[in-house]
Design a protein around this ligand. Sequence first.
Ligand code: NAD
Length: 366
Amino acid sequence: MAQARKIVVLPGDGIGPEIIAEGQKILEAVNERHDLGLSTRTCVFGGAAYDETGKPLPGETLAACRDADAILLGAIGGPQYDEAPRELRPERGLLGLRSELGLFANLRPALLYPELADASSLKPELVAGLDLMILRELTGGIYFGQPRGIEERDGERVGFNTMVYRESEIRRIAVRAFEIARQRNSRLCSVDKANVLEVSELWREIMIDVGKSYPDVELSHMYVDNAAMQLVRAPKQFDVMVTGNLFGDVLSDAAAMLTGSIGMLPSASLDESGKGLYEPIHGSAPDIAGQGVANPLATILSVSMMLRYTLREDAAADAIDAAVSSVLAAGCRCRDIATGHAGEHVIDTQEMGDAVLAALQAGEKA
Ligand code: NAD
């Protein structure tokens, strides 16, 4: 039996608890079958925690997350919290968790399963076989920069934020990006706005400097407006893209659409030791919460990423990825990825979790 490792599960709000139930089903199955020795503990977080304790990130939840090897999060937020004080909104809990745990590197793969090429908003030939990794800096930049606020100036209200990156912050994300590029096809595109922003000028200078230690990785630079255009024009030109917090937020959602559904995409946020927070990239989808129709595959694939990047259990991760592929090949679709083609059957959240579980068990017997 491997050494006991602790996983904290944060279901959160909206569809969070529905999709987490399916992710946990798969996690428990591989834990047992691969003898991983994982223990899980569920904690309140986000709007659910605000309702229960008055804070989106209660001290007990933060302490459990600090003590954990990895964290699996569903999603947080919802319109019912729009009127809550800004500092107590669910999103603040997530920003706080990322920053308290030093989760500075956000990995967002955009991988297009051949069966879903038709579900993309782009022509299938432009996206079939897409395999792109976006690395977004997560704890710096304009989302955290000071000063920030809304104040009265010259008789009118002014809103302001500060986009700021320290050299050390750029350097550590650059190192992570070059390392990831090296594990893939050794092409790294750094996205900035160096023609307008000084913060981007520094970003570019540091990327070039760090690149000197990675002569085997081909480094290129692209302005963010062009990168947005290229992502929807010819996305297969990219291998790894690295960018700051704000640009990465937008570009990774655009990349999500290339793959057909936001309900398919997992993500990882890592600290310097490799500890990570794993979550689907989508939000709490209040429009479909409680209906049992949310796609749980992004969460199930987040479990797979957790096994691969933090727990170093590649065999268990491969088994999950293979089970998801075989379920899609068999025509199982949640509503968001259904195209109406013959051979597809549209199933609900729980049925999708059960189908992946059955494929996992069948695959491991074979
Ligand atoms: P969203 O990602 O929740 O939903 C966007 C659209 O995608 C909706 O139509 C939704 O139904 C659909 N969708 C999302 N996940 C799906 C899934 N698994 N299966 C099928 N369809 C899915 O984004 P939003 O509507 O802009 O935000 C809703 C709430 O979520 C807000 O409060 C926002 O702040 C929050 N949010 C949280 C996170 C997070 O927890 N990391 C991320 C983004 C947004």
